[in-house]
Design a protein. Structure first.
Length: 262
């Protein structure tokens, strides 16, 4: 499945403008043969928007979700997008996966919040592994800081995730996560990881780009630079199966030795 990574911060503070950016990217990605388009963390509204997080948060089935579904169906491409999700009086940092038919397939709430900003504005999610089937692949969802905990990604590996989608807001000076950690996570867990970042400065944060689609061999199939761009690469289930057969990491685990980790 060809996968498109939309490295963009969109237009912080305006869901309507970001939906336009998403529609244009979906058109380009679909024309290039992509079956999935992935955005950055909090793409729908912007990340560093302060108290506007609560004001702009929407339910998983809200108006913006309907607009994304219409975009997906119009262009015939699945979309995973980051947004602030409102559930009653609670707000989560979330990512939702919409099928190419416009159906809501999965919604994940970030379980590991980073820094004072996120802890002030969001509540932690409670489900570690959220997955959906898409074009013959098991797609899992995490967000940014979640991927930096090896337990999270290993849980997905043990649950059979083939492609881990991880919208992110990776900031300076932590670019080594995009450059080094993500390919290693893909290798040690024998999966593909789509890690899609924001770019430029928002408030106190400087986002570093460097979005990547990393493969199970630890090699980035596609790597963005430091500017807004759309990059594409293929997730190959045949290559993934061959890599899993050759790599013994998951088979050689000894869970009985690891009880103290939990």
């Amino acid at each position: 499945m060809r996968t498109a990574l939309l490295q963009s911060s969109g237009r912080p503070g305006s869901a309507d403008e970001n939906l336009k950016v998403l529609d244009e990217a979906a058109d380009r990605a679909a024309a290039a043969g992509a079956g999935l388009l992935v955005t950055s963390e909090m793409f729908l509204t912007g990340y560093a928007i302060g108290d506007d997080v609560a004001r702009l948060a929407e339910p998983a089935d809200g108006d913006s979700a309907d607009a994304v579904a219409q975009t997906a169906a119009r262009h015939g491409i699945a979309i995973a997008y980051g947004y602030p999700e409102r559930s009653g009086d609670t707000v989560y940092n979330a990512v939702q996966l919409i099928s190419a038919d416009g159906d809501r397939l999965a919604n994940y709430r970030k379980t590991h919040l980073f820094g004072c900003f996120e802890r002030e504005h969001f509540t932690e999610g409670a489900r570690a592994v959220v997955q959906a089937e898409l074009n013959g692949l098991t797609v899992g969802l995490l967000i940014c800081y979640d991927v930096e905990f090896p337990e999270n990604v290993r849980a997905h590996a043990l649950a059979g995730t083939d492609l881990l989608v991880a919208p992110t807001a990776q900031m300076h000076p932590f670019q080594f996560v995009a450059e080094s950690m993500i390919p290693v996570r893909a290798f040690e867990n024998q999966m593909y990881i789509a890690y899609v970042n924001r770019v430029g400065r928002e408030g106190e944060f400087e986002f570093v780009g460097l979005s990547a689609l990393a493969g199970p061999d630890g090699v980035a199939r596609a790597r963005a630079g430091r500017a807004e761009e759309l990059v594409l690469a293929d997730v190959d289930p045949v290559a993934l199966a061959a890599s899993r057969e050759a790599n013994p990491y998951l088979r050689d685990r000894r869970p009985g030795l690891y009880g103290s980790l939990a």
